[in-house]
Design a binder for this molecule. Sequence first.
Ligand code: UDP
Length: 195
Amino acid sequence: RNTVSVLDISVDNVTMEEAVERFKILLSEPRVHTIYTPNAEIMMAAHRDPELKKILTEADMLLPDGAGVVLASKIIGTPLKERVAGFDFTVECFKLSSKMNINYFFLGGKPGVAEEAAAKVKIDNPDIKIVGIRDGYFTSEEEPKIIESINSSKADVLLVGLGAPKQEKWIHKNKDKLNVKVCIGVGGTFDGLSG
Ligand code: UDP
């Protein structure tokens, strides 16, 4: 991996195209992978929160979502190639559905939002397989059932939009129980897609 260290966290130095290529590789490996797309605020939060820092450091791909992260990389003399926003990256991954068979599960957002997002995504990507949807407001008692429904859906990719750093911590806590290939922390992406 070609990475740049920003605030002592290795961020992948990739273009959007390279990020999508790596996503395809992660999909082909039979274990759970994590992708996060921190902005400068989350990088700063990780600087103060060792647990979050460890979670980001252990990611299989860390994409620079914010212009601030790219700017910081330039200031320290090791410029990142470009900003790869989580929203844009997710949209690019959906486009692979015309050529690849990928099952997506949407987890997060207010009730109804991810359903609306899924409907919009299907208009642009008629071949996409969205095999499950669940809003992001649940109790810890409900989590085992949610994990069971993700696993029984045969999802390959789990998009988790609970906001940062909640989604990163949720993915980290549950990844060993999940039967998916890639988990992506997508922030407010479902809101963006539904609007
Ligand atoms: N959210 C959720 N469950 C929660 C808290 C937040 O599903 O317990 C969702 C919220 O509905 C929104 C997203 O998480 O869709 C957070 O979006 P925001 O743009 O604030 O997150 P960021 O992209 O800044 O991480």
